[in-house]
Design a binder for this molecule. Structure first.
Ligand SMILES: [Zn+2]
Ligand SMILES: [Zn+2]
Length: 361
């Protein structure tokens, strides 16, 4: 696993059991404690866990790498969804901590206001972007069309017609929720009178029919990092649907679709291509010029190369954005072309060669 894909997948903070705002000292202490508890010398079988701790500390314990990791996580391309069959495990990014808060807030209502009445986070918006193979390797800045909702300009999101303003709901006194006592527990429900907003609009805004939002089609500039793969999702924080009552916007998720390339395919960070040579070239050895993404590279084919053999041009593969990752290589599969239509002279020479070459099985 490359460092890059590990960054996608692992939450180093939760591995070390520390907060995102933890100080260097907190992180060091947490690591020392855990490393002791899981040291494989003392606790056989805990090698994996120990390794995980070490790689988390390698990053979080180093101020520079930690800040790289933080900004990476803030706008990180996600691992591609496991295609098709999907074992039912939704990737973690659909999980929102706020949702849990709402569940518990509703269940164990201790005078907590219904969250829908306070600032409300906007919805997450999904979109997709098709890019070429070269663009996926090199990264690009482009614009995406985002179809979603925007705050209504007429009423500035209040839902009330100009000149009027929403009034506090009399039923729930603006809390957005009503309590229902059932024996020991007090259950809270969204207020039926105001739909949980805590506010009531008597004169709905004409532009948005009182909803406070209107459909919108926005163009957004996005930077797609070098090395993205087909199916990866990129999150742009707070570029999704608008929040309500002063809440933050949701996030925008862009699913990247990468087009095919006639010359190259990709295996991890390596680029893969094929090069054809003749039988004499393979036998005697030769230099070939192989196209790279933007130019070409000269490779030595050693004498006696077999068809299917792979030559490696080091460093001519994919170099993902901004991370300390060694770029991949260009892998060139050699294909030896056997001629079909020989001239008389060629045929004579091959026959001659066949006569004097040892017959191999
Ligand atoms: Zn109400
Ligand atoms: Zn409006």
């Amino acid at each position: 696993m490359s460092a890059n894909s590990e960054w996608y997948e692992k939450d180093y903070y939760s591995i070390l059991g520390v907060d995102k705002s933890a100080s260097e000292k907190d992180i060091r202490n947490a690591y020392r404690k855990l490393a002791k508890a899981y040291h494989p010398d003392a606790h056989p079988g805990s090698e994996e866990k120990f390794k995980e701790l070490s790689s988390a500390y390698e990053v979080l314990g180093d101020a520079k790498r930690r800040s790289e990791y933080d900004s990476f996580k803030d706008q990180s391309p996600f691992m591609p969804r496991t295609g098709g069959g999907g074992g039912g495990s939704e990737p973690g990014f659909n999980f929102k901590v706020e949702d849990l808060g709402d569940v518990f807030g509703g269940l164990f209502n201790k005078g907590r206001r219904n969250p829908t009445a306070g600032p409300q986070r906007g919805s997450d918006v999904d979109t997709s972007l098709s890019i070429t193979f070269i663009e996926s390797i090199e990264g690009l800045t482009t614009s995406v069309n985002v179809i979603g909702e925007a705050q209504c300009r007429t009423c500035h999101g209040t839902g009330a017609a100009p000149g009027s303003s929403p009034v506090v709901c009399a039923r729930c006194q603006g809390s957005g929720s009503v309590n229902e006592n059932q024996g020991f527990f007090s259950f809270s429900q969204p207020c039926p009178a105001c739909g949980g907003r805590g506010l009531r609009v008597d004169l709905p805004c004409n532009s948005c029919q009182g909803t406070g939002t209107v459909p919108s089609n926005r163009k957004l500039n996005v930077r797609i990092p070098a090395g993205v793969e087909d199916g990866q999702r990129i999150r742009l924080k707070q570029k999704g649907g608008p929040g309500r009552n002063g809440g933050p916007s949701g996030d925008l998720y862009i699913t990247i679709k990468v087009g095919a390339d006639p010359r190259f395919s990709r295996r991890g960070n390596d680029l893969v291509t094929t090069s054809k040579i003749s039988f004499p070239q393979a036998t005697l050895g030769t230099d070939i010029v192989v196209p790279t993404l933007r130019s070409s590279v000269k490779l030595r084919v050693p004498a006696g190369t077999k068809s299917g053999q792979v030559l490696r041009a080091k460093g001519y593969g994919v170099a993902p954005s901004g991370r300390r990752i060694t770029p991949g290589d260009l892998l060139v599969t050699i294909e030896i072309v056997i001629p079909k239509n020989l001239s008389d002279e060629q045929r004579k020479l091959v026959e001659e060669l066949a006569r004097i070459l040892p017959k191999e099985v």
